[in-house]
Design a protein around this ligand. Structure first.
Ligand code: ATP
Ligand code: MG
Length: 428
């Protein structure tokens, strides 16, 4: 029979890799919670129109990357291609703005885009993201940027670069758009096919084309900075000043525009040279127009999303996978001993120890070998005579020191405490 395989652009995250994911998730939760961000969990599919309106009809995502289908009730449904639209819909639908002040939210989970799969680019991928709703202060922009750099630094990542730009407000962009199109028209035939199409639909996106020739043309294009209103300029300057105050290095990049239509003012990306073509780990920016566009009250907002797969690729280059190291490895042989071992394992786990129980029933020698390989701190051995006397042989695997202990004694409070201390010492 033919074996069924995972779909193209999807992949299994196997246990060894999952340990990296858990590391990232734990650190992210820690760092975001310390800044009082709360987790939100919107559904994975939504009405298609949410993304058409929220991301914009002219974008690549809506134009050609969405997983859209009719459900059995003939509704048009889309698997979320990104997190912001769903969070904003939820913010509006649940009146989160009625609480006043600023909402600081984060989310994590799978996203779906029909793209050409390659390293760091999949059809099901994962993001961790934050959204701050209700503040137009440049400090909010800098707070979210600082959280992203904090997280990446805490994970030990180096040689990351922060690119920064301002795309101004709607009006700045309209004026700039005209100047940009006028500049690009004479180059029409030299642009790549996608960019030619974007010339009428979404010309700003041409600036961050990945085609070399188009990039060259974009480099010399008029810069949006020359089209920013005084307010937009002030916002942009303040963001830069605050980043400098925090010691966060950045470089200005006038070609950085984001894929979504409702971005305003700050746009940023964090990149790594160690990722090949898919270099961007984190992308974000301000989107002051989106909440109103989706039917909510005028609400300024800023956020980012980190691509988990790309982040994990970087982590894997950096360190071995974190492994689960048991405190105890339980070796037993014979019906009575095996039954007692099961009880002891259970009780030790309840007391907070990590315990691996050998289920093989094989000879002691083989079980001991596995105990060594497991990386356990200590081994507990139950043979026929231990089972008879209701004792257990406790062997410290590093020193080789061993002693016979009554099973009831092993599990008394005082002994458990001593064991905990001793294990902590051994793990140092
Ligand atoms: P790219 O230019 O690489 O296509 P993007 O601008 O479409 O990125 P965003 O929508 O800003 O990406 O998403 C934020 C982050 O999510 C990206 O910087 C990247 O790390 C990650 N990401 C986006 N699309 C994919 C994908 N198909 N597979 C894996 N990660 C992705
Ligand atoms: Mg993309």
């Amino acid at each position: 029979m033919r074996v069924i395989q995972a779909l193209r652009g999807t992949r299994d995250i196997l246990p060894e890799e999952v340990s990296y994911w858990q590391l990232v998730e734990t650190k992210a939760k820690e760092i975001l919670t310390r800044a009082v961000y709360q987790e939100i969990r919107p559904p994975i599919f939504e009405q298609t129109s949410l993304f058409e309106r929220g991301i914009g009809e002219g974008t690549d995502i809506v134009g050609k990357e969405m997983y859209t289908f009719k459900d059995r009730g003939d509704r048009s449904i889309t698997l979320r291609p990104e997190g912001t639209a769903g969070v904003v819909r939820s913010f509006i639908e649940n009146n989160l703005y009625a609480q006043g002040g600023v909402q600081r939210l984060w989310y994590a989970g799978p996203m779906f885009r029909y793209e050409r799969p390659q390293a760091g680019r999949q059809r099901q991928f994962h993001q961790i993201g934050v959204e701050v709703l209700g503040s137009d202060s440049p400090r909010a922009d800098v707070e979210v940027i600082a959280l992203a750099t904090d997280l990446l630094k805490t994970l030990g990542l180096k040689s990351l670069k922060l690119d920064l730009n301002s795309v101004g407000n709607q009006k700045d962009r309209e004026q700039y758009r005209e100047a940009l199109v006028n500049y690009l028209i004479p180059f029409h035939n030299e642009l790549d096919r996608d960019s030619q199409e974007r010339l009428t639909r979404n010309p700003l996106r041409i600036l961050d084309s990945k085609e070399a020739k188009t990039q060259e043309i974009a480099q010399n294009a008029p810069k949006i900075w020359d089209y920013l209103s005084n307010d937009s300029k002030k916002h942009f300057d303040r963001v830069q000043q605050l980043l400098t105050d925090l010691g966060i290095e950045y470089q200005l990049n006038h070609c950085l525009v984001r894929g979504l239509d409702y971005y305003t003012h700050t746009a940023f990306e964090i990149k790594s040279d160690d990722l090949g073509a898919q270099a961007t780990v984190c992308g974000g920016g301000r989107y002051d127009g989106l909440v109103a566009e989706l039917g909510g009250p005028e609400t300024p907002a800023v956020g980012w999303a980190i691509g988990m797969e790309r982040l994990i690729l970087l982590l894997q280059q950096l360190q071995k996978p974190p492994i689960i190291q048991p405190d105890f490895y339980l070796v037993s042989r014979g019906d009575k001993a095996e039954a007692q071992a099961l009880v002891i394992a259970q009780k030790l786990r309840t007391a907070g120890f990590t315990v691996e129980l050998d289920l093989s029933g094989s000879a002691f020698g083989k079980q001991f070998k596995r105990a060594d390989r497991s990386g356990a701190v200590a081994c507990l051995v139950l043979g026929e005579s231990e089972a008879e006397n209701e004792t257990v042989n406790l062997k410290w695997l590093i020193s080789g020191e061993q002693q016979s202990v009554n099973q009831v004694d092993l599990l008394t409070q005082i002994n458990l405490l001593e064991l905990k201390n001793k294990i902590a010492l051994h793990k140092q």
